[in-house]
Design a protein. Structure first.
Ligand SMILES: [Zn+2]
Ligand SMILES: [Zn+2]
Length: 358
């Protein structure tokens, strides 16, 4: 099978012929149908996220089950599935407290080779190794869906959509009537905006540096837009909210500068949710007095605080009912050879999601 291999940080992906190993007792073999290109793939390619190479990236995939290990009971051959980057163990401290995104063993599979190039073992990158035609993943990382559901949209649910939607409905729990600001309007930010609209937010302010993305944000439900490439974005958001700031702000970029802005955009007593994946050495500072006096809540949110078993099916239903409009997030359909171009577009702040169609 063909897959796009990352051999060194900063290098281009090379499409190579790989041989899959057989699935273990609790693993499944998936034939990929589609995979979104996510910013975390780019972060690994750039060496910001230290994942062992050589590996195959791609962690926003959906496809069909080809074969299951002998202990697998949750899916069977022929099922359409969404793949999650995490494989919750369901027995650790965090899983038992309803926080499977923090599972102590949820990422173990990322460090075991799933395929070979000749004699050379190839790692599965961020887990699903979905930048390839076939993959082997833990059964606990896949969620079956109805075969009639569009598979390209299903792929996006696996990371970007569940992260954005989950940040609003699981982490912040935005109530009807709330005011919201979202900094960063790529695929994840647009999913947050759509979820805020679905939750009945009365005002949704989209903040980005790219005019094209602000257009997508309006189409996804933003009531106001702020072009952060010119002028003071915090002042603009304050001006749109009678000088107070919003009830809920979301940072979907992953930079200390935009996290500080998200903090300043939230009203006194408001909630700041950090969704973007930043660098480990990028420090954010707050005034100790202001943190106390303004009584804001600052919270991190990894992978939309999701439980894939609960959230993937309900996001599918929200899409089927027209409450979400996920088709809009696909701004480009590409082949395996075009991933580097998709990375370039992402670096330039263009488009929402590029989706590889196999
Ligand atoms: Zn992702
Ligand atoms: Zn666990």
């Amino acid at each position: 099978m063909k897959a796009a291999v990352l051999r060194e940080y900063g290098g281009k992906l090379s499409v190579e012929e790989l041989t899959l190993r057989a699935p273990g007792p609790n693993e499944v073999h998936v034939h990929l149908a589609a995979c979104g290109v996510c910013h975390s793939d780019l972060s690994v390619q750039q060496g910001i996220m230290p994942i062992p190479v050589p590996c195959v990236l791609g962690h926003e995939g959906a496809g069909t089950i080809v074969e299951v290990g002998r202990a697998v009971t949750n899916v069977k051959e022929g099922d359409h599935v969404i793949m999650a980057p995490i494989a919750p163990c369901r027995t650790c401290f965090f899983c038992l407290r309803g926080q499977p995104t923090l599972c102590e063993r949820g990422f173990d599979h990322m460090f075991t080779a799933y395929a070979h190039a000749g004699n050379e073992p190839i790692g599965p990158g961020l887990g699903p190794a979905a930048f390839g035609e076939e993959t082997i993943v833990p059964a606990s990382s896949v969620v079956p869906i109805d075969a009639s559901f569009p598979i390209e949209i299903a792929a996006l649910i696996g990371c970007g959509v569940v992260t954005g939607v989950g940040s609003v409905v699981n982490s912040a729990k935005v109530p009807a009537g709330a005011t919201v600001a979202v900094i960063g309007c790529g695929g994840v930010g647009l999913a947050s905006i759509q979820a805020a609209r679905m939750s009945g937010a009365s005002q949704i302010i989209a903040v980005d540096r790219a005019a094209e993305r602000l257009g997508h944000a309006t189409d996804s439900g933003a009531t106001d837009t702020v072009d952060a490439s010119s002028g003071d974005a915090v002042a603009a958001v304050r001006e749109l909210t009678d000088g107070r700031g919003v009830d809920y702000s979301f940072e979907v970029v992953g930079l200390s500068a935009t996290i500080s802005q998200a903090y300043e955009m939230a009203r006194r007593g408001g909630t700041v949710t950090i969704v973007g994946a930043g660098a480990f050495d990028d420090m954010v500072s707050f005034s100790a007095a202001q943190l106390m006096v303004d009584a804001r809540t600052v919270r991190g949110c990894v992978f939309g605080s999701t439980d894939p078993l609960r959230d993937f099916p309900r996001i599918v239903r929200w899409q089927e009912r027209g409450l979400l409009d996920l088709e809009r997030l696909v701004t480009r359909r590409i082949g395996l050879d075009d991933i580097d171009e998709a990375f370039g577009e992402m670096l330039a702040g263009l488009g929402a999601r590029s989706v590889i169609v196999f």
